[in-house]
Design a binder for this molecule. Structure first.
Ligand code: NAD
Length: 251
């Protein structure tokens, strides 16, 4: 069976890892990002596009001929996202707009275009399998502990958390809206992901102290979880958000 995954924000840390992992498992991977070009050898196709634009998603989905849908599996991962690190008291309207447009409006456009392009016109194709995974954040469920930012200016912001909380709600809204169209929509809320270029030893120690497992998430753990959910073929799973946080939100 042909398996195809569309990854937004494919050039970032999580996007690259998702593409690596899915391509290794035999999926055709297509990526979209705001860089003119991609040199990712694991991508079957790349689109220079913006998740805020319906035209970008329309072009993105044209990589796949809908006739190939028969017996096929299609997955969209709404992964593109941005953060701001300036203090809430200095929040500008432009920053607020950029975060909410990309983190919230982007997935709305992605989900609805995916539905219009692949799902609605092929309602009678029972052999097809369509699903969507949204990447939120643990900060859509809990607030960041301000005490951890002792050696970094990269404080997680109010608008980032609010946008991710909105994405968790959007997941429920669209999962129920499209439940009878055989479209499953779920969400992952990862905790902080280890990135050796961005995180200092103070932050890593402070963050680890807040987590029962004492560490940040590894990017491979996130991509493995997404692959497992999708490949489990569990059709009954929809509208859910899974926290991948080493237990941080459990205590
Ligand atoms: N890194 C973490 O600790 C962490 C934790 C929890 C959740 N997340 C979420 O995981 C996702 C991926 O994060 P990441 O760590 O790989 O970040 P990243 O910055 O490395 O990658 C994000 C990618 O999205 C792209 N992008 C930004 N605006 C876009 C737009 N308008 N259209 C298309 N692409 C756009 C960027 O160019 C970038 O390549 C994000 O949604 C993020 O909020 C990250």
């Amino acid at each position: 069976m042909k398996k195809t995954v569309f990854v937004t924000g494919s050039e970032g840390q999580v996007g690259c890892e998702l593409v690596r992992n899915f391509s290794e498992k035999g999926w055709d991977c297509y990526g979209m990002d705001i860089f003119k070009e991609s040199s990712n050898p694991n991508l079957k196709g790349y689109l220079y596009g913006d998740v805020r634009k319906r035209e970008s998603f329309k072009d993105f989905f044209k990589f796949v001929n809908t006739n190939e849908l028969r017996f096929g599996e299609l997955l969209l991962i709404n992964n593109a996202g941005v953060a701001v690190f300036t203090p809430a008291e200095e929040r500008t309207y432009e920053e607020y707009r950029e975060v909410s447009d990309i983190n919230l409006f982007g997935p709305i456009v992605g989900i609805t275009e995916f539905y219009k392009f692949f799902v609605k016109p092929n309602k009678d194709l029972k052999e097809k399998k369509c699903s969507i995974i949204n990447i939120a954040s643990i900060y859509g469920l809990i607030a960041p502990n301000q005490k951890i930012y002792t050696d970094t200016q990269r404080n997680s912001s109010e608008i980032y958390g609010a946008s991710k909380a909105g994405l968790i709600q959007l997941t429920k809204y669209f999962a129920t809206r499209y439940a009878n169209d055989d479209l499953q929509i779920n969400c992952i809320a990862p905790g902080g992901i280890y990135n050796k270029k961005l995180q200092g030893s103070g932050f890593l120690k402070n963050y680890g102290d807040l987590v029962p497992q004492n560490r940040l998430c590894r990017v491979q753990e996130l991509s493995n979880l997404i692959c497992s959910i999708v490949e489990s073929n569990c059709k009954y799973l929809t509208g859910q958000t899974i926290s991948l946080d080493g237990g941080m939100s459990a205590w």
